[in-house]
Design a protein around this ligand. Sequence first.
Ligand SMILES: Nc1ncnc2c1ncn2[C@@H]1O[C@H](COP(=O)(O)OP(=O)(O)OP(=O)(O)O)[C@@H](O)[C@H]1O
Ligand SMILES: Nc1ccn([C@H]2C[C@H](O)[C@@H](COP(=O)(O)O)O2)c(=O)n1
Length: 233
Amino acid sequence: MSAVRQNGVIVAIDGPSGAGKSSLTKLLARRLGYIHIDTGAMFRAVALMSRRAGIASDDDAGLAELCRELEITFVRDGETCRVLANGEDVSTEIRSEEIGLLTSAISARKPVREALLTMQRAMGAKGGVILEGRDIGTVVFPDAEVKFFLSASAEERGRRRYLELAARGDAATLEETIAKVIQRDRQDEGREHAPLRQAEDALPIDSTNLSIDEVLTVMENTVRERLVQGAKG
Ligand SMILES: Nc1ncnc2c1ncn2[C@@H]1O[C@H](COP(=O)(O)OP(=O)(O)OP(=O)(O)O)[C@@H](O)[C@H]1O
Ligand SMILES: Nc1ccn([C@H]2C[C@H](O)[C@@H](COP(=O)(O)O)O2)c(=O)n1
């Protein structure tokens, strides 16, 4: 356990698309009174702003300039958290499947990762935070006191995403959705910079056959045990 941070420990939750990271991070943050940092939303905001600016996903100079001018902030709105890009609420627009796929390409670019790495470390340095993403426990905060790697089968993650899309009126089929999940897994795992992988000291949780509440119980108990261990020194 590293030196005690000002506001509590840092919790890292990494894993592939549709594993349940955002759902569990929101619930765990509420239970612990911690701040939820959705790093995927930050990459999505960059992707959205790059598309608006007509910057190609492989234009590293253009993306670097965009990130230098971009301020991403999270603001609480009741039970939800809104994502602002230069003060504009982009919470809904960044969630489209089109932006999701563009984000996977954008997030592979080194200038984007370097810029968001600096922002994420600044957001979480004092602790009392839960960051969810693909590289939190391996790159952003390798010294995080608690790390989880949350996964589920591609079929189960595709099913979950399919239900989400159907609820939004999206006509994508289950087979198409599973294929897109697998495509994004390959892109996130196969990229050169900060690929998706489980940190050696992360607790793996396979949620394929677990409810959200069952996963939450494992996570909360683990964090609280680490907090007690840390308090003992
Ligand atoms: N253990 C679970 N059992 C059943 N459904 C789940 C479980 N975990 C999450 N879900 C559902 O799966 C969908 C995707 O969850 P969530 O958005 O939290 O995943 P994610 O890992 O953050 O995905 P992404 O990285 O693509 O944003 C949501 O509708 C959520 O309610
Ligand atoms: N720390 C992170 C978080 C996200 N990404 C990439 C991976 C996804 O392709 C995309 C969107 O993430 P999501 O909102 O679906 O969790 O952003 C990353 O590379 N590193």
